[in-house]
Design a protein around this ligand. Sequence first.
Ligand code: NAD
Length: 377
Amino acid sequence: MILFAPKEIDSREARTAITPITAKRLVDKGIDVHVEESIGELSNYSDNEYTEVGANLITDRSKALSDADIIFRVRKPPVDEIKKTKSGCIHLSFLDPFNDSELLQLMASQGITSISLEMIPRTTLAQKMDALSSQANITGYTSVIYAAEKLDKVLPMMMTPAGTISPAKFFIIGIGVAGLQAIATAKRLGARVTAFDVRQEALEQAESLGAKALRIDLGEDSKEEGQVYAKELTQEQLEKQREAQAKVCEDSDVVITTAKVFGRRSPILVKSDVIGRMKHGSIIVDLAAETGGNVEGTEIDNEIVTDNGVRIVGLSNFESMAAHHASQVFSANLGSFIEHFWDEDEKKINLNLGDEILAGCVLTNNGKIVHEKFINS
Ligand code: NAD
């Protein structure tokens, strides 16, 4: 079996889908691992490290795409490269399936078996393959470091002969994987942290990290029985939430928003009137920017400074700000996927679509869209 990992071509992307450690794991299984030359250039994995573990360096990207039985990527494939991929190839990457149905149609008609990393079930068994989590954890960290660097204040309290400096105030909205890491990072740096989520259990987790939980009575816990994801709030609930949060936003030096609703546009949680009352020099990092944003006025892949001096950051490459480690864990997720479904006797991947994990994340197979959520897309 040939596995090929092309170099990412999106200019925002510094990660690689395969690191030398994962390449070794796969070479040891008997897989012929091909990586594009200088694949790890931006994440500091050298070509030598790949060849030392038995991977082959590739210069002809088009040929490698058409030879591969398995392809690893971080971002979704460009249309012209889908057309070069051979029928029956297993393709693993983020695919943005809720917003890009054309891509799915194209992958299906090319005969590609596409695995969407967004759709890997959030179960204990699949945890080691969960790239949404491994990457959200990194963005939670880098968003705090980024904000700390832009802020013209120190984060911890400092008691000096010249007087006392108060700790910076952070407000984290959305306490999923990214939010929890943002809280932990800001606390480690000495900031005072307040946090809010619609899920009660998330508020308790925030408190266990030393944050103050903002409690807002929205009438019910916004999580369905047996689900990990939050439900979409009603317009009245959102209004109530925005109202209750306003004072904390106005008082904060940094607001980091991470509130997403799976498969839907992210809710607007911080509106312009509140931003207009925030402090000059304060910073909002909108980690939901790619799914529509939690903040009114966020511009994707841009930073704007409002008339009253609030910086709104809508960058979508927070993972790439720690590309070495983001790649390490991303690549480990993909390696674990292959190992989990590897048939040692046959020396190939055994994809039985009745499997619980595969039923969740295989979107196209045998020329068709096979995932029930996207069949009619
Ligand atoms: P996410 O990125 O989908 O959303 C981030 C957070 O935003 C969530 O905590 C969500 O509750 C919150 N949110 C939604 N609407 C909001 C609103 N109006 N105001 C404030 N917050 C709002 O979440 P995620 O990080 O992918 O995690 C989703 C869930 O999956 C969590 O419960 C997490 O613990 C769970 N999870 C489970 C596993 C596993 O079991 N293997 C792995 C990863 C995550």
